[in-house]
Design a protein around this ligand. Structure first.
Ligand code: PGA
Length: 247
């Protein structure tokens, strides 16, 4: 039985003043049935972890470098995330793949570094609009999964997020049928690569314009084990109903 995970990705949003949302979120969600995670900018990880003390809210990072330390200006390591009291890290988000030229091999290396450090890695995959329109979605997803799947993964240390690029920040959400098709393919791919037990233990999140109004319908889709939420994770008022919809 996979426990749902509702994860928020604040992207490049938020300063110390935004941390009032953490207390507000904790008050609104109470004792949720699902896991709840917020991934703020690196500058806020430690302060958010302190604000989340004693609440069910876990805190994570939006990216990490694959190296332990060194001459990588602007990057943060897995040890730095742990030191800031983060427990999770998103890797391979389409904005990182597009803005920073990250390919599957880099995403795999980052995920492996995260898992080796004791973090849970959330590996993102997803097709763009041209790929969807060309009918190559399942091939693209299979290739990304094969290329970015870290070695040594388990249900505790790896989460996969399906995020169609055309649905991110656009208000255009994938249909339940589109989500079901890709999640079934991802589940089959995980089982093929990692075996039945591990493949069935890894959670599959959907991401892309998840809001309070569509979350329940998305969570009802087979093999959807939660959501990765961008814009609607920035305020407790928007995020708490999504957590509630996860049961
Ligand atoms: P969105 O972003 O919810 O704002 O569409 C999702 C994501 O990129 O994780």
């Amino acid at each position: 039985m996979r426990r749902k995970l509702v994860a928020g990705n604040w992207k490049m949003n938020g300063t110390g003043a935004s941390l009032t949302e953490v207390g507000a979120l904790a008050a609104a969600i109470g004792d949720p049935a699902c896991e709840v995670l917020l991934c703020p900018p690196a500058t806020l990880i430690h302060r958010m972890a302190e604000a989340a003390d004693g609440t069910p809210i876990a805190v994570g990072a939006q990216d990490c470098h694959m190296a332990a330390s060194g001459a990588h200006t602007g990057d943060i390591s897995t040890a730095m995330i742990l030191d800031a009291r983060g427990s999770h890290v998103i890797v391979g988000h389409s904005e990182r793949r597009a803005d920073h030229g990250e390919d599957d091999a880099m995403v795999k290396a980052k995920a492996e570094a995260a898992i080796a450090a004791g973090l849970t890695a959330i590996v993102c995959v997803g097709e763009d609009l041209a790929q969807r329109d060309a009918g190559t979605t399942l091939d693209v997803i299979a290739g990304q999964l094969a290329g970015s799947l870290p070695g040594g993964a388990s249900g505790e240390t790896l989460v996969i997020a399906y995020e169609p690029v055309w649905a991110i920040g656009t208000g255009r959400v994938a249909t339940p049928d589109q989500i079901a098709e890709v999640h079934a393919a991802l589940r089959a791919g995980l089982i093929q690569h990692l075996g039945t037990d591990t493949g069935n233990a890894i959670r599959l999140l959907y991401g892309g314009s998840v809001k309070a109004g569509n979350a329940a319908e998305i969570f009802a889709v087979t093999d959807v084990d939660g959501a990765l939420v961008g814009g609607a994770s920035l305020t407790a008022a928007d995020f708490a109903p999504i957590v509630a919809a996860a049961g």
